[in-house]
Design a protein around this ligand. Sequence first.
Ligand SMILES: [Zn+2]
Ligand SMILES: [Zn+2]
Ligand SMILES: [Zn+2]
Length: 365
Amino acid sequence: MSDELVAESRAIREIRINPIVPSESVLVATARSLRPRKQEEPAPRDTRKHVEACPFCRGNEEQTPPEIDVFPRNGKKEWQIRIVENLYPILGDDSSQPGFVYGLQQAIDGYGRHEVIIDSPQHGISIHEMDVAHIANLFGVYQQRMQQLYQLDERLKYVLVFKNFGPAAGASMAHTHSQIIATPVVPQNVFDEVQNSRQYFERNHHCIFCALIDEALTFEAKIYDRSSGEVVRKIDVGQYVIERGEKFIAIKPFASRYEWEIHILPLHHSSDFMNTRQADLDDFAQVLQRTMARLDAVIGGAQYNFFLHSIPQGEEFQNCDQSYHWHLEICPRTSIPNGFELGSGLFVNTTSPEQAAEQLRAVQL
Ligand SMILES: [Zn+2]
Ligand SMILES: [Zn+2]
Ligand SMILES: [Zn+2]
């Protein structure tokens, strides 16, 4: 048998159901003949340290939209992180048009906040090139701003922190930055996670995210045939762990929609990112930095989106404290969804999550 035939015979072709949001399931199809996704050669990302004409670089502070905050607070010229208004906000401050409901058509007015966080004075720096202390400060800044926004207006139900890094991930500015969007509605995918994990909790009396972490940390599972007693499948479950700190873990979800998708979660149950203490953010920053270094080494210059998912505010979510578990989702962009994926909502992943995790773990840091 040629190597190719051996590889083909081991190919996986299965639909994996996302245990938290079943509608976000994925077809894992590693057979070469089934490769439906075109691997895109991404536009190169800007790696320069300083760009004279960039409004986000030091010295050009007057060129940005109004500043909201700066860190450290006393070091105006030597700033490390800045928060500014978004020049082209997708949401506005005042609700000029009230939301309407007419038949099945619903619209919610575009009320909310849209802000930009300039992550570093260094133009093209990526997360894995930043100091751990700087990353911890950055997430501390996210935390502070989330708290301020929730306090500012109780109509705001969700503050989403996310980052688009590199042109392939939709970043319109080359200078490293993240964004905050605060809305009066909870984004559908977060809402689904919150609702579904709540239902799981009602049935099983424990958090599904904690269960997934336990599963990732379990080393081996054997599935036996009921009648013969023979092993039908052996799963090395520990294979989903990418990186582990004292308080945080980076795992490759079993049903990943994106080839190199990784989630980072606190090892101890916690629903609200805003409750994370500074000392724990240091451990989180270390896990994130090492994870991003692994990604960068494997896929060569990672361009990605990350999203912070934490419990939404408001009375209707107060009973979800034990069932929801905050996390950071990192989705590197190596290919663009094709028509089948967009039309069916079923994503196709041509690298098995087990293989991806193995490659990521093998990187020498
Ligand atoms: Zn710049
Ligand atoms: Zn949990
Ligand atoms: Zn999530």
